[in-house]
Ligand binder design. Structure first.
Ligand SMILES: [Zn+2]
Length: 197
């Protein structure tokens, strides 16, 4: 659904954990792989720093900011130290890089039942190695889809109420409509934050 564009320019740190606040902002508080949000998973403590090129294979990149990705604990553990061997790489099996491409456009397609269908070898490798079709993530996609519909309906309601408000002169009635508008806007904002819509 998205590609992450880094905007932060942190200084160099010897301990990669020091990059965490920069990563949170660059990854907009969502997991680089499954795209679940901090708001949905219960907060920052459920997120970890992933080394896109794993530490065991690429020790020189352990504190290299462009190699650090923000990921939920589950995706990070599934990915672990995996990296495709040369014979698979030659056939296109690799991890999609969410900072370089939108994997949900180029390599994967979400089906009606919330599962991911692979469009490419890269999509297949990424999906299967990180377990992106695990049931809890499939449910999350279905919930996100419902939330997007709900948010659109509420935005239409806001638009109608705003038109109505322009025709109301009674102060008490105006107050009431404005309170309703504020409540609906708050609900929309919560949904957008929770599902990164
Ligand atoms: Zn994740």
């Amino acid at each position: 659904m998205s590609q992450f564009l880094r905007q932060e320019s942190p200084p160099h740190f010897e301990d990669h954990r020091e990059y965490r606040p920069y990563l949170r902002r660059d990854f907009r508080y969502v997991c680089a792989y499954c795209e679940r949000t901090e708001a949905a998973l219960g907060g920052e403590e459920f997120f970890e720093i992933d080394h896109f090129r794993p530490r065991v294979r690429f020790p020189d990149l352990v504190t290299h900011y462009p190699n650090l990705y923000y990921a939920c604990g589950r995706c990070n553990r599934h990915k672990g130290g995996k990296w495709p061997p040369p014979d698979l790489l030659a056939k296109g099996f690799r991890f999609a890089d969410p900072c370089a491409e939108d994997m949900y456009v180029s390599h994967l397609r979400e089906t009606a039942d919330g599962y991911l269908r692979a469009l490419t070898a890269c999509g297949e490798y990424t999906r299967d190695q990180i377990g992106l079709n695990r049931p809890v993530v499939v449910n999350w996609r279905l919930e996100r889809r419902s939330a997007a519909t709900e948010a659109r309906i509420m935005e239409n309601t806001v638009a109608h109420l705003e038109i109505l408000l322009a025709t109301v002169s009674d102060l008490a009635a105006r107050d009431e409509v404005q309170q309703q508008l504020a409540t609906i806007r708050l609900q929309i904002a919560r949904l957008r934050k929770r599902f990164s819509l």
